[in-house]
Design a protein around this ligand. Structure first.
Ligand SMILES: Cc1cc2nc3c(=O)[nH]c(=O)nc-3n(C[C@H](O)[C@H](O)[C@H](O)COP(=O)(O)OP(=O)(O)OC[C@H]3O[C@@H](n4cnc5c(N)ncnc54)[C@H](O)[C@@H]3O)c2cc1C
Ligand code: FES
Length: 341
């Protein structure tokens, strides 16, 4: 019996390794040429300390100097000692290059492009063999015929047989323009998966705040929650600028039907919209949803929206148990973050 371990490096790169029965996290990684920082390999030095984001494991034997009881209780583990009992997600406090690895590259084929509205497109890719990802992560896709890359978050769940993406159609945009004329069957290439904005173990209510196509990673997370089931309330506030930006509602309704405890509201910011709810997402978060801080908040959208919502949350006087966000920056490296109490 093997267990899948997602190793997340400090630079946002994720690599998946399969741990054989009884194998430690470090040994499973080494077998694939991924050199997690190690020194003693014996639970004595603490060099291999890492954070277990999800999954259960046998922590092995070690001395207090290497890992204190408090550290172990807070989710830290020693990669040279920890043996997975289930699939795991492990944050490694080093860059992927320092561990002699890098993002994987995948070749695939465009299945189709769908126009969802005047401002939004969806596209689907064949799922390449060997690809695994966490719900909420993204890939860096090469714009065919160029050397330019654009980042897109999966909107499909990790278990789906095809990959789907939700894209804002930017009139002068390079990838947007390519997608408008794209032919099914075109060869595509991407690197990834990447990003620290992914769904953690669900142990309390969730509040999802999406701006525009920032809905995409939540679609993937909701798909995962439908697969696994969820015992906690999951609330989504989905805000857009114009009526035409509001897409994916049929899929959200399907998630409402499939996932007890999930509900969502939409809001449109533009003056002149006839939508029943108006304004920014923050105007539609009910006070009780913050649950006195016993809530994990996930936030994704364009940078100004993310900054505004972060400021609003800070002003509420409630510190959520965990706060994860991702900015869909127009270009350059992704900015994701995690603020936890
Ligand atoms: C981690 C990450 C994940 C992302 N995931 C998604 C996703 O799932 N869906 C998605 O739609 N986008 C996503 N983005 C943004 C995406 O990578 C591209 O930047 C975007 O699709 C524009 O690409 P383009 O080639 O069409 O336009 P470009 O050729 O890059 O831009 C053309 C012009 O439009 C401007 N521009 C770019 N974006 C916008 C905008 N939103 N509004 C107004 N003007 C803009 C640019 O500054 C430039 O002047 C993500 C970005 C990051 C960093
Ligand atoms: S390498 Fe020394 S404790 Fe793991």
């Amino acid at each position: 019996m093997t267990h899948s371990i997602a190793l997340n490096f400090e630079d946002g790169v994720t690599r998946f390794v399969e741990a054989r029965a009884g194998e430690t996290v470090a040994d499973a990684a080494y077998r694939l040429g991924i050199n997690i920082p190690l020194d003693c390999r014996d639970g004595a030095c603490g060099t291999c300390k890492c954070r277990v984001e999800s999954g259960s494991y046998d922590g092995g034997s070690y001395i207090e100097d290497a890992l204190t009881d408090e550290e172990a209780a807070s989710g830290l583990a020693l990669a040279c000692q920890a043996r997975p009992k289930t699939d795991m997600v492990v944050a490694i406090p080093a860059a992927s290059t320092a561990c002699k690895t890098r993002p994987q590259s995948f070749e695939t084929v465009l299945r189709r492009v769908e126009r969802l509205s005047d401002t939004s497109l969806a596209f689907m890719l064949d799922r390449p063999a060997g690809l695994a990802f966490l719900p909420g992560q993204y890939v860096n896709l090469r714009v065919p015929g160029t050397e330019q890359r654009r980042s897109y978050s999966f909107s499909s769940a990790p278990g789906a047989d095809a990959l789907s993406f939700l894209v804002r159609d930017i009139p002068a945009g390079l990838m947007s323009g390519w997608l408008r004329a794209a032919q099914p069957g075109t060869a595509m290439e991407f690197t990834g998966p990447a990003g620290s904005f992914y769904l953690r173990d669900v142990t309390r209510p969730l509040l999802f705040l999406a701006g525009g196509t920032g809905l995409a990673p939540f679609m993937s997370m909701l798909g995962r929650l439908v697969e696994t089931g969820c015992d906690h309330p999951v609330r989504l506030v989905y805000g857009v600028t114009h009526d035409a930006d509001l897409v994916g509602l049929a899929q959200l309704d399907a998630y409402v039907a499939a996932l007890p405890g999930f509900s969502y509201v939409t809001t449109v910011a533009a003056e002149g919209s006839t939508h029943p709810r108006r304004g920014y997402v923050t105007a539609h978060v009910e006070a009780g949803w913050l649950n006195g801080g016993e809530v994990d908040v996930y936030l994704c959208g364009p940078p100004p929206m993310v900054d505004a919502v972060r400021g609003w949350l800070a002003a509420q006087g409630v510190t959520p148990n965990a706060f994860h966000y991702e900015k869909f920056s127009p270009s350059g490296p992704a900015e994701a973050g995690r603020l936890a109490a």
